[in-house]
Design a protein around this ligand. Structure first.
Ligand code: G6P
Length: 608
């Protein structure tokens, strides 16, 4: 996820772009850049680090002259944060400058093709292929080149493109990444979201997938990819700046919950080719996988909870023993590990001090490190033998949602990848699993469509003093995350228990009216969990059951039931966690809590 702004008008462009980018820093902040057209050539200024570094370098934009330009604030995906990897990217002759938000999934094959045609690449980004493709296809008509480029690239993109042959216009397009056009008075804009341009205009065009906008200072023309003009309806934004930043949501947490289908899709789809999981990112060979003796999963907080799901998933699919430990314990427990062990380290930020120290401890014992990280070029990513990035984009809310979900997705990719190499799947099972994995975004969207049902349940229970979550196996693993989500943002005491363990002590805390959220999604253990539900009901508990569409007898025992769609049982955690995130959110919202910044918590904990 990155931020894009573009401007054409009568005023100096650079200060307007930098000001707009400052409103988009929540979308990415590891580097920034601008490209300005002036005196028949394109000038580029870019810098690694926060936008402030670029602002200082350009005297708040005042030192770069010209009245048309594009700008970008980056959240690294392909290639670590650096001056050269930051946008805009230029084509070889310097005729085109490109800013991009999204992921070009076929960039490796395009890069190979362009290198064969003599193009030289200077960055590690997927975006640079777009700049070169423009040059490759350009025969004097920018619109024509744009159509050819978008017909060649696969993946998601929002693009702003300057061409030095066009002193009075620039061009933009989007597909599966956001981009709006702002309509001003004698000036026009593009932006990833309205926050960047609200100071100048509230009138916008919303671009549909593959609609191309050509911007002049006094008009904007929109075309489809057959180069036919499209009549757009103007939309007037009535959000204030803070609501606009959150995409109209009240909190980043809800925005991020809603972004999960896209984040999961972005994480999965570049790694599935022709029905097979392809992990180009890692060097683990089939031979290496066969030689793994044991797997450790090490992480903190929600990332640790992903690890707990991971244990069940990897053991079930690969039959390799897995031990999960919180990083702060692992680092001091003198772990018995060696070079035949694989240590999977999970971290959204890639900077968590305990997780990094645990990684180093494992490395000192000679273990191989595979990390699952969201921030490209972070300390944990750099210290690992292999990294698989989650393409969740920046997560702002302290309580993680989309990072958790994408980490889980990567666990599924790794487990199925290894199981296939170990010969644990029949062909039919493997393709079914891959299909099911690809259906996750759609099923998560389905759950999100009925979020009001969860909101209603939250309205009944937001005054509770204590809430229990129970489940068995995978359901237990998800209970841990559901309980954490609730307590960290709503400050309601909560505990997650393995359903069968409750009777060994904690059941004494169940009294009249205590809410117990019981997860019973899997077929095999459904009846066992139902028995535990009856035990707590008998002690006065009110029970909210979470189960799949195929279990219609949950209603017989639970007071309230939340249903999730059916899917391969191993994948159910990706679905069952969603209503629990929503429940935590709505309870906290009804209690008036500071949802995005809960007390005493930090997003990234870089101290021990
Ligand atoms: C903090 C956050 C948690 C997060 C944990 C691990 O405690 O509040 O939400 O799960 O750190 O962070 P990481 O960046 O390593 O995933």
């Amino acid at each position: 996820m990155c931020g894009i702004v573009g401007y054409i008008g009568k005023n100096q462009a650079a200060p307007i772009l930098l000001e707009g980018l400052s409103k988009l820093e929540y979308r990415g902040y590891d580097s920034a850049g601008i490209a300005i057209f002036d005196n028949n050539k394109i000038e580029v200024a870019k810098a690694k680090g926060r936008l402030a570094v670029l602002s200082e370098k350009t005297n708040d934009g005042k030192s770069v002259t010209g009245t048309m330009g594009i700008g970008h604030t980056r959240w690294a995906t392909h290639g670590e944060p650096s001056d050269v990897n930051s946008h805009p990217h230029l084509s070889m002759s310097g005729r085109f400058a490109v800013v991009h938000n999204g992921i070009i999934e076929n960039y490796i094959s395009l890069k190979k093709m362009l290198i064969e045609k003599g193009f030289e690449f200077i960055s590690e980004t997927d975006t640079e292929v777009i700049a070169h493709l423009f040059e490759y296809y350009y025969t004097g008509d920018i619109l024509d080149a744009m159509v050819k480029v978008i017909n060649r690239v696969e993946g998601s993109y929002a693009l702003g493109v300057l061409c030095s042959d066009y002193p009075d216009s620039f061009i933009a397009v989007r597909k599966s990444s956001p981009l709006i056009v702002g309509l001003g008075d004698g000036e026009n804009f593009i932006a990833s979201d309205v926050t960047a341009i609200l100071k100048h205009t509230r009138n916008i065009y919303r671009l549909e997938d593959n609609e191309i906008a050509v911007l002049n200072h006094d008009c904007v023309t929109v075309y489809n990819n057959d180069k036919e003009e499209v009549k757009k309806e103007m939309f007037t934004v009535d959000w204030d700046v803070s609501a606009a930043e959150k995409g109209g949501y009240e909190h980043f947490m809800m925005k991020e919950i809603e972004e999960q289908p896209k984040a999961i899709r972005d994480t999965i789809s570049p790694r599935i080719k022709d029905g097979r999981i392809v992990l180009d990112d890692i060097s683990l060979t089939a031979e290496d996988i066969k030689n793994i003796n044991k797997i450790y999963i090490v992480a903190c907080g929600s990332a640790y909870h992903v690890g707990v799901v991971g244990k069940y998933v990897i053991e079930k699919l690969c039959r390799i023993p897995v031990e999960v430990q919180v990083a702060s314990e692992f680092r001091y427990c003198d772990p018995i590990i060696n070079k035949n062990d694989l240590v999977i380290v999970i971290s959204q930020s890639g900077e968590t001090a305990d997780t990094l120290a645990a990684l180093k401890e494992a490395k000192n014992h000679g273990a191989r490190i595979l990390s699952i990280v969201n921030v490209v070029g972070s300390a944990i990513a750099n210290a690992s033998d292999d990294v698989i990035y989650t393409w969740a984009g920046p997560e702002i809310a302290v309580a993680t949602t989309k990072a958790y979900s994408t980490q889980l997705t990567v666990i599924y990719l790794i487990a199925a990848y290894m199981a296939e190499k170990l010969g644990m799947f029949t062909t039919g099972e493997y393709s079914q699993f891959v299909n099911d994995l690809q259906s996750l975004p759609e099923k998560v969207s389905e759950i999100l469509k009925s979020k009001e049902e969860v909101q209603y349940l939250a309205s009944k229970f937001f005054n509770c003093h204590s809430i229990f979550f129970i489940g068995r196996n995978l359901d237990y693993a998800v209970s841990l995350e559901g309980s954490l989500k609730l307590k960290e943002i709503s400050y309601i005491h909560s505990e997650a228990y393995a359903a069968g363990e409750l009777k060994h002590g904690t059941i004494s805390l169940i009294e009249d009216g205590t809410l117990v959220i019981a997860l019973a999604t899997g077929q095999e253990l459904f009846d066992k969990t139902v028995s535990n539900v009856k035990e707590v009901k008998a002690r006065g508990a009110v029970v909210m059951g979470v189960t799949t569409d195929s279990h219609d007898n949950m209603e017989d025992v639970a007071d309230y039931v939340i249903k999730i769609p059916n899917i391969n049982e191993i994948l159910l955690p990706s679905l069952s966690v969603v209503p629990l995130q929503l429940f935590g959110y709505y309870v906290a919202s009804l209690k008036g809590c500071d949802i995005d910044k809960p007390r005493n918590l930090a997003k990234s904990v870089t101290v021990e």
